[in-house]
Write a protein that binds this ligand. Sequence first.
Ligand code: PGA
Length: 252
Amino acid sequence: MRNRTPLIAGNWKMYKITPEAVDTARQLVKLVADCSNVDIMIAPVFTALDPVSGVVRGSRVALGAQNLHWEKEGAYTGEISADMLVSAGCQYVIIGHSERRQYFGETDETVNQKIRAAIDAGLIPVFCVGESEADREAGQTFSVLDKQVKMGLDKYFAKDLGTLVIAYEPVWAIGTGKTATKEQAQEVHAYIRSLIDQLFDQALAQSLRILYGGSVKPDNIAALMEMPDIDGALVGGASLDAGSFSKIVKFK
Ligand code: PGA
């Protein structure tokens, strides 16, 4: 039996102006008030963090951000630091999402620095990895993940990574309606866990939460969660509606 507390995380991407974000968060807080044994996080846009934090404070729902900069402060126009996220009420931060890698020049090196900044500020990093469709078709899935995980966590020690969450998101499954099968996801999750064991130690590998992301919906979450190495989900589209997200949270 898995002894890791599942985490269901909602990535709201660039959706919802502040009143909409506040309204969805309010509905969600009510819908999941009776949930236990599951951690719940939502990641609205930066401008909605502070107002949403007022709504979720003291509830079952934790707040996360979708990105951060690795420096503490400085002349970095348009960027936001880990301490700034903490002061807006965040407990989590998503790092290295494939959309950031694809459209905004995020690299394994910047991901590595961002994980450090998050940990130093006491934020829980949700470190995203995943292969593209071309990688999978070329039989490169494991080598791509290997590189992303090794470089993202280069120069870390197991003791730094106690809170780390990894999200496996095959790029071909994000926003496409094409979910990986539970067997495909389990195979990769088990691979990532064995890699963590090899790079760090068994205790970290066993406690590490590995989320699946990519077209997770209320009707496919239960099957995914049956798999021994799937510890939750990072949900995009289906997290925007409090009703559907709460159904995913209540997957059992
Ligand atoms: P999706 O997005 O659930 O809409 O596929 C997942 C993600 O990008 O985190």
